[in-house]
Write a protein that binds this ligand. Structure first.
Ligand code: 5GP
Length: 116
């Protein structure tokens, strides 16, 4: 996972790469994943560049809370009242491929445990 300053998701935030954006506010955007793993697969990403989950600091607490509340609203809008899964992959062993913190909102099918 290369730590690129101008990473892929930053380019989406800056409008340099197109994406199917379904939410945009001062703190974050959300858009459909290009390779959906479920009928609903949305990525919620902070506009602040934070490379990985373990780079979060106490000052990011409200931002993380905001991402969760956006997920709640999007889940309602996207018809996921029966349930959904939120995933944050962290670094290589966590399966992270894009070095910009992001939350996956997955829904529209059953999910199982343990995850792969
Ligand atoms: P990660 O593996 O880092 O947790 O998740 C990265 C996600 O970004 C993957 O699910 C992948 O399909 C998605 N992705 C990668 N490139 C693009 C892109 O250019 N556009 C969109 N919309 N999603 C992307």
């Amino acid at each position: 996972m290369a730590m690129l300053a101008d990473n892929l998701f930053k380019r989406i935030i800056d409008g340099k790469i197109s994406a199917k954006i379904i939410h945009d506010d001062d703190l974050c955007i959300a858009f459909h994943d290009i390779g959906p793993q479920a009928p609903v697969h949305v990525l919620i990403i902070p506009k602040k560049v934070i490379p990985t989950h373990d780079a979060l600091t106490p000052e990011d607490g409200p931002l993380i809370g905001h991402l969760h509340l956006v997920a709640v609203n999007l889940a309602q809008e996207l018809g996921l009242a029966e349930g959904y899964r939120l995933v944050i992959n962290c670094k290589d062993r966590g399966g992270q491929t894009v070095p910009h913190l992001h939350m996956h909102l997955l829904g529209g099918r059953d999910f199982h445990w343990p995850p792969g």
